[in-house]
Design a protein around this ligand. Structure first.
Ligand code: PGA
Length: 262
């Protein structure tokens, strides 16, 4: 982490927790972090529930003024029209989402999202002032064939097509082989790719944007390994899947400064 960037700890719930469970979880998370005197301005905490939970989470966060950000796990590339089952960025903006995850590897592989689709979704997010969390990452096969950063770098370049330098974005490096596998990248590996991704940001969006853009690591992040990642200069937070569903574990990840002495 670098001092000029506020770390972001983001919980990607995937297909877990209905809207009632979401309310209970977010309420308890806020209490737990509040009791622990978490510095929300110093480390931002965000949750990414399923679409059907978002209205409930929004109502809770607004009525109790909880210092927790939220966003969606995906959005449509289109704003409106004959697209059955799709969710518009306009709707997410109305629900006061701050962020939207785009191009998660599960969307790329299970829903055939190409780099072009990801780029169109990034544009859709930006049209509605949602901050896209652009996910990139290589498979184990890519790693063997192309080395660690070639595929994530190419994916980021493609996702940024047409993005101008005023854009507010977040990048998440998630090696596919580390997602849900219990086998996280090493901090060194994460830093190497994060540095390569930041170089792409410098090249395409300029020094200022590159210096303020947060790059997250994701893939089997836990309370026990977050410290190592956060010590790296180009890693500015984490996109957490499985461990974000365990309240104590996720709160502990968000409080990494306490248990690593950063
Ligand atoms: P994981 O998932 O933390 O369960 O590995 C990360 C993600 O898919 O964003």
């Amino acid at each position: 982490m670098a001092l000029n960037r506020t770390p972001l700890i983001a919980g990607n719930w995937k297909l877990n927790l209905d809207h009632l469970q979401a309310i209970a979880f977010v309420q308890k998370l806020a209490w737990s972090l509040g009791d622990a005197k978490h510095d929300f301005a110093g480390v931002e905490v965000a949750v990414f529930p399923p679409f059907t939970d978002l209205r409930s989470v929004q109502t809770l966060v607004a009525s109790d003024k909880l210092p927790i950000a939220f966003g969606a796990q995906d959005l449509s590339a289109h704003d409106s029209g004959a697209y059955t089952g799709e969710i518009s960025g306009a709707f997410l903006a109305k629900l006061e989402c701050s962020y939207v995850i785009i191009g998660h590897s599960e969307r790329r592989t299970l829903h055939n999202e190409t780099d072009e689709v990801v780029a169109a979704k990034v544009q859709a997010a930006l049209r509605h002032s949602l901050v896209p969390i652009i996910c990139v990452g290589e498979t184990a096969e890519d790693l063997e064939t192309h080395g660690p950063s070639a595929v994530p770098v190419a994916q980021l370049r493609a996702a940024l097509a047409g993005v101008n330098s005023a854009a507010d974005i977040v990048v998440a490096y998630e090696p596919v082989w580390a997602i849900g596998s219990g086998q996280a990248a090493t901090p060194d590996q994460a830093e190497q790719v994060a540095a390569a991704l930041r170089a792409v940001l410098v090249e395409l969006l300029g020094d200022d944007v590159a210096a303020k853009t947060r790059i997250l690591y994701g893939g089997s992040v836990k309370a026990a390994n977050i410290a190592g990642f956060m010590r790296e200069p180009n890693v500015d937070g984490a996109l957490v899947g499985g461990a974000s569903l365990d309240l104590d574990e996720f709160a502990s990840i968000a409080r990494f400064k306490q248990h690593v002495g950063l």
